[in-house]
Ligand binder design. Structure first.
Ligand code: IPM
Ligand code: MG
Length: 360
């Protein structure tokens, strides 16, 4: 088989530090499993804006189009707060998602038993937690037109448009039903159908799709209730499917149930399975450059890339097992260290995972 093309986009803040650890793990996996990879690196976000005046320069977009999978760090930071709206780092990521058609965002929230104590919820509420949020990623209010800030009657007003076409709803719905079939066959669709027409139609489409998946138990929940249920009794959920904005919010909430957002990977997939893989957390400018960030979400994102885009489920499993083994061995970065546990540096955590991957 010809070499698979992997593009690495470190981005800003802690992005470069955590991505370096994922690349370390990739190199070790490539040796252990005799994988053939071509690795490229490009700028994105604020780093790309600083270098080229554009958070998604053309050569980055081209390399992204050519890649089988993209490993993405994180973007943004207060440094670019005053940059004009269209050139902000976040716009680079949003454009990348949109240009590549990465409409299906998979955000698993699993509790590693080793970290039960790190959750802000009681261990008995979260132990064994394993949920998957399927977030629509290229539509909804994030992308709806018209949008803007205008001057009207002597004051400014601002507006965004919340819009989904039936086909957009159907394709994300199918992804969620298909994933539910591979799991516990329970799907909860999250909407605000009591207020918003968009989600009234969303509900109707999900009900329609359910006819094709008689084994899946479909339920509907309003987003405010879902936010509450996630902290009240998160294990009632298996797969959740929702739109772009609600998914953004609920996935941060779900991430925190597991103790640290520093543990959670994500996949953003197109229709054919090509994907961008990134940690759910942001660029954490407060700790950037200190070498203390948790690289595990990015390493686990690499595992997802192996599974969903690179057709290497064994490698995915091996990476996940190495992360578990590192946690079992007591390896903790500062975000997941309990009282009295000495935190490891970012690179030391990466080394620990690599050593378990190599079977040391
Ligand atoms: C996320 C992030 C992004 C989003 C930002 C950085 C644009 O919060 O991936 O969840 O809102 O989608
Ligand atoms: Mg977010």
């Amino acid at each position: 088989m010809s070499a698979r093309r992997l593009l690495v986009l470190p981005g800003d803040g802690i992005g470069p530090e955590i991505v370096d650890e994922a690349v370390k793990v990739l190199d070790a996996a490539a040796t252990a499993f005799e994988l053939d990879f071509e690795l490229e690196r490009r700028l994105v976000g604020g780093a790309a804006y600083d270098a080229a005046g554009d958070p998604l320069p053309e050569d980055t977009l081209e390399a992204a189009r050519a890649a089988d999978a993209i490993i993405f760090g994180s973007i943004g930071g207060p440094r670019w707060d005053d940059v004009e709206r269209d050139k902000r780092p976040e716009r680079g990521l949003l454009r990348l998602r949109s240009e590549l058609g990465l409409f299906a965002n998979l955000r698993p929230a699993m509790l590693f038993p080793q970290l039960a104590g790190a959750s802000s919820l009681k261990a008995e509420v979260v132990s064994g937690l394993d949920i998957l949020i399927v977030r629509e990623l290229t539509g909804g209010i994030y992308f709806g037109e018209p949008r803007g800030i205008r001057e009207e009657n002597g004051e400014r007003s601002a507006y965004n448009t919340y819009v989904y076409s039936e086909s957009e709803m159907r394709r994300i719905g199918r992804v969620a039903f298909d994933l539910a079939m591979k799991r516990d066959k329970r799907l909860c669709s999250v909407d605000k159908a009591n207020v918003l027409e968009v989600t009234e139609l969303w509900r109707e489409i999900m009900d329609e799709l359910a006819a094709d998946y008689p084994e899946v138990e479909l339920t509907h929940m309003y987003v405010d209730n879902a936010a509450m249920q996630l902290v009240r009794d998160p294990r009632q959920f298996d797969v959740l499917v929702t739109g772009n904005l609600f998914g953004d919010i609920l996935s941060d909430e779900a991430a925190m149930l597991t103790g640290s957002i520093g543990m959670l990977p994500s996949a953003s997939l197109d229709q054919s399975g090509r994907g961008l893989y990134e940690p759910c957390h942001g660029s954490a400018p407060d700790i950037a450059g200190q070498g203390v960030a948790n690289p595990l979400a990015t390493i686990l994102s690499l595992a997802m890339a192996m599974r969903y885009s690179l057709n290497q489920p064994d490698v995915a499993q091996a990476i996940e097992a190495a992360v578990e083994a590192a946690l079992d061995s007591g390896a903790r970065t500062a975000d997941i260290a309990g009282a009295g546990e000495a935190p490891l540096a970012t690179s030391a955590m990466g080394d620990r995972v690599v050593s378990f991957l190599q079977g040391d």
